[in-house]
Structures are given as C-alpha cells and as structure tokens.
Design a protein around this ligand. Structure first.
Ligand code: IDP
Ligand code: MG
Length: 144
C-alpha cells in the first residue's frame, strides 16, 4: 500500500509580495497536498546561502540569495502520496516559459529566477529541507 510522504515547498518572496500566497496554498490543497507545517520567515543571507549551498558555484547563486532574502517567504511541509514527484509536477519547469499549462510556475512565476515556488527534488533533500525550517520536535512528529 502506498504511504504518504513529505516534501518541502517554499512560496518565494516574489509570490508573497504579489499577494499570491493564498492562491498558491489553495492550489496545492486542491492538488491533494495536506499542509503539515508552515511559517512565514525572512531569510538572512547566511540562511538563504546555506539552503541553496548546492548551487554556490553557479552564476545565478548571488542573485538567488539576494532574491530569497528580499522579503518574507513561506516554507511549508506538505504531505501526500509520492509527495516529492507530485509537487515537482504541480509546480512545473524552473523557467515559467517552459512550464506546463496550469502549473504554479506557469500561473504565478515572472521569470526563471523569480519563479514563485521552491520544491524539494528528492526524498533525501526533502528530509534535509524540512529539517532546515522546522524544529526537531515538529519534524519528529511529522516523520513519525
Ligand atoms: P528548481 O527550483 O526548479 O529546482 P534549480 O535548478 O534547483 O531549479 O535552481 C534553484 C533556483 O535557482 C531556481 O528555482 C531559480 O530561482 C534559480 N535559478 C535557477 N537557474 C537560474 C537561471 O538560469 N537564472 C536565474 N535564476 C536561476
Ligand atoms: Mg532545485
């Protein structure tokens, strides 16, 4: 029997500033995700840099850290069956110009950098990323 799993989404600062947070959360709930933890936060440069450390050699890294610290964002732990893959499908391609119709990035992203939402790309990274934002106690409860 398939069991529910967790992934991490972040409503990014562009979408929060544009007033699209509620619509994006509603979209995710409509797509079958259950909200298990959420917290509006303003990331420091050190936090954004650490979260995206895997990209530190990429040319867009400095701009990505600057963008992710430009205003509040909303990290969320989301649960559903096959959560990681299902969330990647729901958000669409990194560049909204290439995102499928009806995906969150097609609907709400303005550019490849300012693209409305983050999603974990593997179960291993989901675990790390949920743990990045939510406390030991919350995570223990979440992961069961
Ligand atoms: P993903 O968010 O779809 O997983 P990644 O390749 O992991 O995409 O990149 C992380 C984030 O870095 C993207 O969501 C986007 O905000 C930013 N980014 C990626 N590639 C570019 C680029 O070519 N130009 C500007 N920003 C980029
Ligand atoms: Mg990624």
């Amino acid at each position: 029997m398939p069991s529910p799993s967790l992934t991490l989404a972040i409503v990014k600062p562009d979408a929060v500033a544009a007033g699209n947070t509620g619509k994006i959360v509603a979209h995710l709930e409509q797509a079958g995700f259950t909200l298990r933890a959420a917290s509006l936060v303003r990331l420091s440069p050190a936090e954004a840099g650490a979260f995206y450390a895997v990209h530190r050699e990429r040319p867009f890294y400095a701009g990505l850290v600057e963008f992710m610290t430009s205003g509040p964002c909303l990290p969320m732990a989301l649960e559903r069956e096959d959560a990681v893959a299902q969330l990647r499908t729901a958000i669409g391609a990194t560049d909204p110009a290439e995102a499928a119709p009806g995906t969150i990035r097609k609907l709400y992203a303005e550019s490849k950098g300012k693209n409305a939402i983050h999603a974990s790309d593997s179960d291993e990274n989901a675990r790390r990323e949920v743990g990045f934002f939510f406390s030991e106690g919350e995570v223990a409860g979440l992961w069961g």
